[in-house]
Design a protein around this ligand. Structure first.
Ligand SMILES: [Zn+2]
Length: 164
């Protein structure tokens, strides 16, 4: 039995809470947040966001990748967002490995050569935020007047700290 069956049950209660509403497609705050997939980070309550407020783009580490750029271009040019927040966090899974050892692990368990892949691990969370902010500023696909902020979420306290 998969855990998915629990989701079907839980969703029944959510539907009652949700009611029927048709919110606008374009995010109300005009903000897109790039963040990690970490299960301890519930972005909406942590930042006071409601349904329809913001785009939330998540991947391992909350790193700026080609696909994050793709999503941001759509977010900005189709859905009207004008601001990006890079939100990384303490105790991130992306700090628990390096490319070389991980590639070796994958060779052993999967029998594949993943050496051409950068899994984007990092050691210093402040540096990773600054790096990703710089990637956005350097991208020709992200206009100069898009506001870019960075922050670190503390998974132990729930507090965010701005990175400047
Ligand atoms: Zn993480």
């Amino acid at each position: 039995m998969s855990y998915f069956e629990n989701f079907i049950k839980a969703n029944q209660a959510y539907v009652d809470l949700h009611g029927t509403a048709h919110l606008p497609l374009k995010p109300k705050t005009k903000v897109a947040i790039v963040t990690c997939m970490d299960s301890r980070l519930h972005v909406a309550p942590a930042l006071g966001l409601a349904l329809g407020d913001a785009h939330i783009l998540r991947n391992a580490g909350g790193r700026v990748t080609d696909d994050i750029i793709r999503s941001l271009v759509i977010s900005q040019q189709q859905m009207g967002t004008r601001e990006v927040v890079i939100l990384h966090h303490t105790d991130c899974g992306a700090q628990t490995f390096n490319n070389k050892d991980f590639v070796e692990h994958l060779r052993q368990v999967l029998g594949v050569d993943a050496s051409s892949q950068d899994f984007l691990p990092f050691t210093d969370v402040r540096e990773s935020v600054l790096e990703d902010m710089a990637l956005l500023r350097q991208s020709d696909l992200i206009p100069e007047d898009i506001e870019i902020s960075g922050a670190i979420y503390d998974v132990d306290t729930g507090r965010i700290h701005e990175v400047i």
